[in-house]
Write a protein that binds this ligand. Structure first.
Ligand SMILES: Nc1nc2c(ncn2[C@@H]2O[C@H](COP(=O)(O)OP(=O)(O)O)[C@@H](O)[C@H]2O)c(=O)[nH]1
Ligand SMILES: [Mg+2]
Length: 294
């Protein structure tokens, strides 16, 4: 996992060596965690819990606090179910990708298509972002590059119809996976949310079950904004998890912890670059080690 090491390297420095464990240390730690984009709520919770552990177990050295902090971060990130993407038993698997413009939906879809294709699966991309003409072209470029099929309609067409056709095609061609690219912006937010609900209903109708995953893509570099976006989407579509993009570009990896702690949604995928193989299943332990630069 490629991570831009930013503020967490300061946390690492603060807790490395033999600094005495005192109030000053905890205050500095809390400040750094907040700077690293952990919410105040999560930072306070973590530091309180570390203070308590230090008192109870008479921890004397900052290195011990570092180990505790890592364990707590992994605990938050690992809570609940499912990291990574697991294919359902039924085929085709249908995955919807939602999120505002520019967060990395199309890129994440391309990377995932590449992964599935490499493991021998037949993949269909569904160009349901019909709002921007360029969006269809962009998905098509990726489809060609990866060597997978694409179902597309004209710019401005009904996204529901594109999704319906994509699932029909997948059933007819015995495809394994359908990855649906959706719009990140329409004339207004209400339209967008209504459209996403409708796409969900169309999947249900064409497939006979709900989409196997509804993945919200969030850009890690947008900080607290990502949490706000997530709340808006959670209210309208039944999200199954999060794909976090651009973790290579954020100096403030703490946002990942905040997203998990505040929203409770599993982080399934982590994107760390613009190349096709820059996508990993999200592994809490690896992520925390990478944050601290190990
Ligand atoms: N550095 C970096 N850039 C990314 C990543 N994922 C996407 N991007 C870039 O972010 C921009 C927007 O991505 P795109 O997939 O078009 O976003 P969409 O509007 O949500 O479909 C593009 O320039 C991508 O190359 C990532 O993990 N790391
Ligand atoms: Mg796009």
């Amino acid at each position: 996992m490629r991570l831009f090491k930013g503020i967490f390297s300061k946390v690492d420095q603060l807790l490395t060596g033999r600094r005495p464990v005192d109030d000053e240390l905890f205050d500095e730690l809390e400040e750094l965690l907040i700077q690293a984009d952990l919410s105040i709520h999560t930072s306070t919770k973590l530091v309180d819990s570390l203070r308590e552990a230090a008192r109870r177990e008479r921890l004397k050295e900052s290195d011990e606090i570092k180990d505790r902090l890592k364990t707590l971060l992994v605990q938050i990130l690992a809570e609940g179910d499912g990291h990574g993407i697991e294919l359902p038993t039924e085929r085709p698997a249908v995955y919807l990708f939602v999120g505002v413009n520019g967060v990395g939906k199309t890129t994440t879809i391309a990377k995932l298509a590449y992964r599935f294709k490499k493991s021998g699966m037949r993949v269909i991309l569904s160009a349901a972002d019909t709002f921007r003409a360029a969006a269809i072209d962009q998905l098509e470029i990726w489809a060609n590059r990866v060597g997978v099929e694409i179902i597309k309609h004209q710019h401005g067409a009904d996204p529901g119809a594109v999704v319906f056709d994509s699932i029909q095609a997948a059933l007819a061609r015995k495809a394994d996976v359908v990855l649906v690219d959706t719009a990140g912006r329409l004339h207004n937010k209400t339209n967008l949310m209504e459209e996403l609900k409708k796409v969900g209903r169309i999947v249900q109708k064409a497939l006979g079950r709900d989409p196997d995953e509804v993945i919200l893509v969030l850009d890690a570099t947008t900080g607290q904004n990502a949490v706000t976006q997530a709340r808006e989407f959670m209210n309208v579509v039944p999200l199954t998890g999060i794909a976090l993009s651009k973790i290579d570009g954020t100096a403030k990896g703490g946002i990942v912890v905040t997203i998990k702690d505040e929203l409770g949604l599993p982080i399934k995928l982590a994107g760390s670059g613009e190349q096709l193989d820059d996508l990993d299943d999200f592994r809490p332990q690896d992520f925390v080690e990478a944050l601290f630069g190990e």
